[in-house]
Design a binder for this molecule. Structure first.
Ligand code: NAI
Length: 394
């Protein structure tokens, strides 16, 4: 292609959190430019946000329906849309985008419930349009290295996975102060069946599945809302059984006082294992049964790292790469895959390495199963399959 891809955005207006991260990530590699948007549920706020971003007035829309209607007939129409709104709106917006012929990049959790996720998966497959899901933690170089090491059987058969995502920001009733992000996340009408499991538990589950290359088959869960009068969970403790025979423990919490974004994962196989922490993402710690521990480090000059880890690395060792860069790796792969499709070419497996609609269905199945298990006396609950799954379509 002889030009950048044109991105539209729904959500991400003034005072929003993740939309700005998406814009930085999409722009990082010079493959994508923001061209249009409906940035808020409030038309005036959408217009003001478009001005902040120096977009021409005619490409800032009052709502997403107008965005799709008007963009589809422009000669310089947007090439895809990024959806960064609260959970309850993802399904309608994504369906409308696909109906209008636009590929989608969507925030997680993919939809409001599993039924919507399955309908969206069917729609994506019928439309043939590209769909990405921003489980952004899979974009870190050392996460890709971890996945490559497991895939090459470096640790032998995987036996145990411990994945944790502790946060502390909802340890008080923050939602009663009107804080925007806390308000909708704790509202069953806007977040879905869960707050904590949907918001961060799905990231932990996705990370465990990505690194192990396996899927979570059943769960046994204990989910709680600790803060008085909170309508959705703020803490979850879950036992896991994987398709490859591994067993695991997942804990996600928003009431672990003073924890920031403590996502971390340990994987143990027959001969060795690994430990990775999001708050120190450029290191991957390896453990061996027969020799001392090792630490691998991110670095474009480290040629012994896997091809996937090197492709996800931009800088020489010692210059930290972090959250934005990992997010950008999803956008870069999505953009290269979309460009290849638009040119009638086949993208490489490195380029198709980003989460898609199947990961979204699995995320929604995970939320539903964890909540059902927690509510049930029987406890062990199967996670419904999401259909065909391959390593390249995460
Ligand atoms: P937020 O509340 O900060 O921002 C949401 C934005 O969407 C606001 O600008 C709001 O006006 C806009 N909006 C709402 N309805 C709309 C509509 N119908 N049309 C156009 N705009 C609309 O929410 P936040 O924290 O940015 O979360 C958004 C989504 O991103 C959620 O699904 C959340 O789960 C996900 N998220 C993902 C993260 C990640 O690491 N991948 C991190 C944070 C959020």
């Amino acid at each position: 292609m002889n030009r950048k891809l044109r991105m539209g955005m729904v959500g991400g207006g003034r005072e929003a959190f993740i939309g700005a991260v998406h814009r930085m990530a999409a722009g990082l590699d010079g493959l994508i430019e923001l061209s249009a948007g409906a940035f808020s549920s409030d038309p005036q706020k959408s217009q003001n946000s478009g001005k902040d971003l120096f977009l021409p007035a005619e490409r800032v829309y009052d709502n997403y329906r107008e965005l799709f209607e008007k963009e589809r007939v422009r000669p310089d129409r947007m090439d895809f849309v990024s959806i960064v709104t609260p959970n309850h709106t993802h399904f309608d917006i994504a369906m409308a985008a696909l109906d209008a012929g636009f590929p989608v990049m969507c925030e997680k959790p993919m939809t409001f419930n599993l039924e919507q996720a399955q309908m969206l998966r069917d729609k994506v497959s019928k439309s043939g349009l590209l769909f990405g899901l921003t489980h952004n933690y899979t974009g870190y170089p050392m996460v890709k290295e971890a996945r490559a090491l497991v895939a090459s059987n470096s640790f032998g058969k995987i036996r145990k996975v411990v994945v944790e995502y502790p946060q502390g920001w909802l340890s008080t009733p923050l939602e009663t102060s009107g804080q925007k992000q806390a308000s909708w996340r704790t509202d069953p009408g806007r977040a879905g069946a869960s707050c904590c499991v949907g918001d961060i538990g799905t990231h932990a589950a996705n990370l465990a599945e990505y690194i192990t290359g396996s899927t979570i088959e059943s769960v046994c869960a204990d989910v709680t809302a600790f803060v008085p009068n909170r309508q959705l969970d703020d803490d979850a403790n879950v036992l896991l059984r994987f398709a490859n025979g591994a067993h695991g423990v997942l804990h996600a919490s928003q009431i672990c006082v003073d924890e920031e974004n403590g996502l971390n994962i340990r994987v143990y196989g027959e001969h060795g294992g690994l430990w990775w922490r999001q708050e120190e993402p450029n290191s991957l710690h390896l453990r061996w049964a027969d020799r001392p521990r090792e630490t691998l480090r991110t670095g474009a000059n480290y040629t012994h790292l896997s091809e996937a880890a090197r492709a996800a690395t931009r800088l020489p060792a010692g210059h930290p790469e972090g959250f934005i860069e990992a997010f950008a790796n999803l956008y870069r792969n999505y953009a290269r895959t979309l460009m290849a499709q638009l040119e009638g070419k086949t993208p490489s497996t490195l380029e198709t390495d980003f989460p898609g609609v199947q990961a979204g269905v699995r995320g929604m199945a995970f939320i539903q199963s964890v909540i059902r298990s927690s509510d049930s006396d029987r406890k062990w609950t199967d996670v419904p399959h999401s259909g065909s799954e391959t390593r390249s379509e995460q």
